[in-house]
Design a protein around this ligand. Structure first.
Ligand code: ADE
Length: 247
C-alpha cells in the first residue's frame, strides 16, 4: 500500500471518517516494476494494454486497464529502458511513473507489488508474501543533522489490519534503495531501519543467506511471481466492495 505522508498517524486519523474513507473503493492502481511480475496479474484480470497510455509521449511506461467486479483496475509497468532493453527497475522510474499515474488516473488506492529480498534472521522465507508496515531508504546517506533523517525518509504504509488478518500475510518493515546487492554501509542502514524485507513485497532471495543474491533472485523469480500473482488477486477480491477504512 502506498506510504502515508510525514505525519502518517495524523493524516490517517484525519482521513478516517471522511467521506472519501467511507465510500467503497472504485478504482485501484497497481504498480509493478518487472514485466515477469506484471504479466500474470494482467492475464488474471484480463487487463488490456491501452494504446493511449495517457502518459507523455516518449516514455516507455505501459498501462493496462480493465474492470473486475466493482473495480476499475489500472496496472502500470514502467516498461523497458529505451537504450538497454531491460525493465526500468528502481526508485527513480517507480517515483516518476507513480506520480504521473496519480495525476492522470486519480485512483482511490495504489498497490505497489513486486519481489524483494528477505532477512532470515528476521523470519523471512522464500515465497513469503508480505505487507509492508514502514518504508525507509538505506542508500541515501547524508551525515548532516536533520538531512540524515530526510535521507532515510521513514514513512508508514497505509494500515490494512483486516486485510493482513484475512489473508494471513506476514508484516514487516521494508528498506528500499536502488541496488540488488548490499554494501556494508547499506547493511548497517538496513539494520538501523529494523527491516525484514529489502525492496518490494514477495521474497525471492535471502539477503543474509549463503547463495549469491542475483543467482537466487533469478532462480526463484518465476515461482515467487506465481505466489505474488495469487496474493494480488486475493487482495483485489478483499478490496472489492470495501471502503478504505475497512481495509
Ligand atoms: N528484489 C528482489 N530481491 C531484491 C533484493 N535482494 N534487493 C532489492 N530488491 C530486490
Amino acid at each position: 500500500m502506498a506510504p502515508l505522508g510525514e505525519n502518517g498517524d495524523a493524516a490517517e486519523e484525519a482521513m478516517v471518517g471522511s467521506d472519501e474513507e467511507c465510500r467503497p473503493i472504485s478504482s485501484i492502481l497497481i504498480i509493478i516494476a518487472m514485466q515477469t511480475e506484471a504479466m500474470p496479474v494482467v492475464n488474471k484480470f484480463e487487463l488490456k494494454e491501452e494504446t493511449d497510455s495517457l502518459f507523455p509521449s516518449g516514455v516507455p511506461w505501459v498501462r493496462y486497464h480493465g474492470t473486475y467486479k466493482d473495480l476499475q483496475i489500472d496496472l502500470v509497468w514502467p516498461g523497458k529502458d529505451p537504450t538497454l532493453g531491460v525493465d526500468s527497475v528502481g526508485t527513480v522510474s517507480a517515483s516518476l511513473v507513480t506520480y504521473a499515474a496519480i495525476q492522470t488516473l486519480k485512483p482511490d488506492l495504489i498497490i505497489n507489488a513486486g519481489t524483494c529480498g528477505g532477512f532470515k534472521a528476521k523470519g523471512a522465507s522464500i515465497g513469503d508474501v508480505c505487507l509492508v508496515s514502514d518504508v525507509a531508504f538505506h542508500d541515501r546517506r547524508i551525515p548532516i543533522p536533520v538531512f540524515d533523517l530526510y535521507g532515510v525518509g521513514l514513512k508508514k504504509s497505509f494500515p490494512a489490519p483486516n486485510l493482513l488478518k484475512e489473508l494471513n500475510l506476514k508484516i514487516g518493515k521494508l528498506s528500499t534503495g536502488d541496488s540488488l546487492d548490499m554494501s556494508p554501509q547499506d547493511e548497517s542502514s538496513i539494520i538501523a531501519n529494523d527491516a525484514t524485507f529489502k525492496d518490494m513485497e514477495a521474497v525471492t532471495d535471502i539477503v543474509d543467506g549463503d547463495k549469491p543474491t542475483a543467482e537466487e533472485f533469478l532462480q526463484n523469480l518465476v515461482a515467487v511471481t506465481a505466489a505474488l500473482d495469487q496474493a494480488v488477486a486475493q487482495v483485489v477480491d478483499f478490496i472489492n466492495g470495501k471502503s478504505l477504512s475497512k481495509l
